[in-house]
Design a protein around this ligand. Sequence first.
Ligand code: CP
Ligand code: NVA
Length: 302
Amino acid sequence: MTKDFLCLTDWNLKDLEAIFDLTRELKEKQKRGEEHHLLRGKTLGMIFEKSSTRTRISFEVGMYQLGGHALFLSSATTQMGRGEPIKDTGRVMSGYLDAIMIRTFSQEAVEELARWSDIPVINGLTDTYHPCQLMADLYTVIEHKGNYRDLTYCWIGDGNNMANSWINAAAVFGFELRVATPEDYRPDPAVVERARKLGARVSYYTEPLEAARGAQVLNTDVWASMGQEDEQRERAKAFAGFQINRETIKAAAPDCVVMHCLPAHRDEEITDEVMESAHSIVFAQAENRLHVQKAILATLMR
Ligand code: CP
Ligand code: NVA
């Protein structure tokens, strides 16, 4: 187990499965209204350089439910936004806080922060990865399908931070993953190559229906991620056809589940009809951010 939670492949299967076990325990306690103050008196600093609804709320509420406290730190109103170096920020924050959650652009910046911090650093999304989301996603699959194994997963859309994280998850958890993206929007080649070396069973497609055939778990995300707003129009053209819709559901397994990390652009990457259908587990997935991250926090901070 490493000090930090930056990337799924930094962790081994046993430790990640222990997080799922703790998630189950904490979720049951929370639903029964039982106190579970595992982090009494501890403080999490939450640095945001990008917008957030789910990540901010679930980490802040999660810390409260664990008996601790969370601080919202916007880069715009701290000295980080005025250029204070990460190596100084990390050492200063280590003197006040018990852990840091950071959402920013570059994965390297998060890794640098972790290097200069004595306390755990959690990746709350970078341009490259979104590991906490993946843990919530797989936990939600476990809840709906009994376990995450022996299922075929299909990604349709952009080869972005979420696609990269699914590829990492395939490497660590061992399931079969099919990734369908337009030719020019494939996942990061370095991520693909590393997963291949780790023995991941991932195949790459440019035809979404072919990738979806018989899959039990369908997944997508926005065509333009945070920071790519200027490319929205050109991307909308490139991704036409990379939508989860009625046809995709027909091609997939009859009991398939549909996932989306949210926020979604209805009738772009996913139709409103599918979002609202019985196949969709997107809101359970969103809620599980809270439960899984509490387990991640407790694992790192206790
Ligand atoms: N899925 C997710 O991370 O949502 P937010 O951007 O709202 O935090
Ligand atoms: N790929 C999206 C995920 C948002 C949770 C983004 O980075 O904006």
